[in-house]
Design a protein around this ligand. Structure first.
Ligand code: G6P
Ligand code: MG
Length: 225
């Protein structure tokens, strides 16, 4: 097959941490007197911690100096870490391990590509640290999605050509990052939101090797092998 590596985003693809991010941001926005809804929280998916705070302050019509923003972001992260510290392997989203194991049996490398600086802790808590051949995350890259840096870094760590990587992403910024990296992109979620993805499924439980091979053919990759 054409695909030599699959790169997975973490939040919203492998685990559902959006609810913990929301709870931690809500604690902050309640303190600040900003009305922040679950709908607003959708805008933060795939967005880095500081950029998320900027969106929240914009919603609240607040402007703060960088030094104060740093304190607030650290506070939010402290509350977020308290929540993810209690995560268990049961929180791995359905179909994830089955699909990853099928890929591994077919010699496809597995990498993680996430903006989160809490990636190591989450992988450890849900017990899948050793599943990945490479991990690129917010601790190893500078530029946020839609910049392709995190996915290019994962491909580099695996020593696999970018065109032979497929990315699984639940956020529009992440889909754009994958396309900017010149990779195949499978969206996880809603087709209407994840514009540009080569294919969209609702979750990894709807994914299997055969669907990936059919997609490669549709994109004309089989002629290149
Ligand atoms: C992921 C999530 C975002 C989060 C970002 C940074 O991309 O989808 O909602 O803001 O990671 O996470 P961190 O754990 O570093 O605050
Ligand atoms: Mg995500």
């Amino acid at each position: 097959m054409w695909t030599k590596a699959c790169i997975f985003d973490l939040d919203g693809v492998i685990v559902d941490t959006a609810k913990y991010h929301y709870q931690a941001w809500r604690r902050l926005t309640d303190d600040l007197g900003i009305i922040f809804t679950e709908e607003d929280n959708e805008r933060l998916k795939g967005v880095s911690r500081m950029a998320s705070l900027d969106i929240i302050l914009e919603i609240g019509g607040m402007k703060l100096p960088v030094s104060e923003k740093k304190i607030l972001a650290d506070l939010k992260n402290k509350w977020y870490v308290e929540r993810i510290a209690g995560m268990t392997p049961e929180e791995i989203l359905p179909g994830t391990l089955e699909f990853i194991n099928e890929l591994k049996r077919n010699d496809v490398k597995i990498a993680l590509g996430s903006a989160s600086r809490n990636t190591p802790m989450i992988l450890e808590r849900v017990g899948i640290k050793n599943v990945f051949d490479a991990v690129a995350d917010g601790n190893t890259v500078q530029k946020a999605k839609p910049d392709p840096e995190v996915f290019l870094k994962a491909a580099e760590l695996l020593d696999i050509k970018t065109a032979r990587c497929a990315v699984f992403e639940d956020a529009l910024a992440g889909v754009e990052a994958a396309l900017n990296a010149g990779m195949i992109c499978i969206g996880i979620g809603d087709k209407k939101i994840l514009k540009g993805a080569h294919m969209v499924v609702r979750g990894l439980n709807e994914m299997d090797l055969n669907k990936l091979i059919i997609l490669e053919k549709k994109l004309g990759y089989e002629h290149l092998i």
